[in-house]
Design a protein around this ligand. Structure first.
Ligand code: SOE
Length: 392
């Protein structure tokens, strides 16, 4: 498509730390590797400190910077607001942006509470009537092997889903002297491992199966309840200041649930799995076969076809880098794998294509709200001694 025919998509991003950097590389890279139907402009980034946000703009490739995120809402050169800030700020920024007629991409989890997520989903539904669209950033959906897994499930290759086994394992908090960053503060993060990483595996389980959780039972724990306060932080790391403060979120959450198709699902989210850096493990067992994935080996999908002759049947290791695999044709020759950042890039590609077509991008804010309801149900279950909590 020629330059003149492509509508302009000016992006204003709020936040520029870990997620902001990941989103920036995606906005920068997507138009260079994919033929996008809109002209993406990295217009402006907003942050709290003038010097820091100006330096971030320079480093990450934004044309302008500001300390006032509200100024994005009145700028004619901004058509989309990308929210990369802690969960406590999502509702205010997203609702204001949608009401100002700006499309929104919002980092996960959608919000810190169900009430906030409901407000955001309602604002998104109203905005959609005016052609203003919103998406929540569950990026791991855009990993090629995950897309392939969903396709195989939808094509009936594993039959009826009996089990989903989902784990998100990290270890960046095993050191008890690791300081209190915002992710350990309920006011800012809403919850701990549950919302930060458990939200991803809830979304993945529902996305890959095409089903939803109808009830859950959970248990949560905070292993280290007091930590040094942070003098400064960047992404997941921080410098300790003087004194200590309470950890107000969970360090780990375990839960299980029933899927709408009748299958059973189990989940584990922890930042205390020593040696597991960013292991997202998803295994599905169906009436005709199984699928297994681990993000620490993200270019592979394991497929077991139970309809094959038993003497030669076995897990097949699919290297998901062929030109016909989802997204991979735009990148490198087969076998030259992709990494963490590509999920963010694919998210931009899909979002821009949907915006250009006037289509609702997925996951929508309604999908984000559905995940939020699961997180809330797990917390309520844990509070009442792991009792069953019904959803829907
Ligand atoms: C920290 O646990 C974190 O950065 C999450 O917040 C992200 O969503 C995940 O992609 C990586 O880990």
């Amino acid at each position: 498509m020629g330059e003149a025919e492509r509508a302009r998509l000016g992006v204003g991003m709020v936040g520029y730390s870990f997620m902001g950097a990941a989103h920036s590389q995606a906005w920068r890279t997507a138009p260079r590797f994919f033929d996008l139907p809109m002209q993406v402009r990295m217009q402006v980034v907003a942050g709290r400190s003038q010097t820091a946000v100006a330096a971030a703009a320079d480093k990450l490739g934004w044309e302008d910077s500001t300390t006032d995120w509200r100024s994005l809402l009145t700028r004619d050169d901004v058509q989309l607001v990308d929210i990369c800030t802690p969960g406590s700020t999502h509702v205010e920024i997203a609702v204001a942006a949608l009401e100002a007629g700006k499309h929104v991409l919002c980092e996960k989890p959608l919000a810190n509470t169900v009430a906030e997520a409901e407000e955001m989903a309602a604002a998104a539904a109203r905005a959609a009537e005016r052609g203003v669209l919103a998406m929540v950033g569950f990026t791991y959906r855009r990993v090629p092997a995950i897309q392939l897994a969903r396709r195989l499930v939808a094509d009936g290759r594993i039959g009826e889903v009996r089990h989903v086994r989902a784990q998100y394992l990290q270890d960046w908090l095993t050191d008890p002297t690791s300081p209190l960053t915002w992710r350990l503060d309920k006011e800012q993060a809403g919850s701990g491992a549950l919302g930060d990483i458990g939200a991803h595996v809830v979304d993945l389980a529902q996305f890959v199966t095409g089903e939803s959780l109808v009830g859950v039972s959970g248990i949560m724990e905070t292993f280290v309840r007091e930590r040094p306060v942070a003098a400064s932080s960047s992404g997941l790391s921080a410098e300790a200041g003087t004194g200590t403060g309470p950890v107000t979120v969970d360090d780990a959450a375990l839960f299980f649930g029933r899927l709408s198709g009748g299958g059973l699902a189990s989940f584990e989210a922890t930042r205390f799995a020593a040696g597991r850096k960013n292991a997202i493990r998803l295994e599905l067992n169906g009436s005709k076969g199984s699928l297994a994935f681990d993000f620490e080996d993200m270019n592979l999908l394991h497929f077991y076809d139970d309809t094959e002759e038993s003497t030669t049947a076995g897990f097949r290791r699919i290297v998901v880098t062929e030109p016909d695999h989802p997204y991979t044709g735009a990148w490198w020759p087969p076998g030259h794998g992709l990494g963490y950042e590509h999920g963010f890039t694919h998210q931009v590609v899909d979002l821009v294509e949907d915006l250009a077509a006037g289509r609702q991008p997925t996951p929508s804010f309604a999908d984000g709200l559905a995940v939020q309801r699961v997180l809330d149900a797990v917390e309520r279950s844990s509070e009442k001694g792991s009792g069953w909590v019904t959803l829907v």
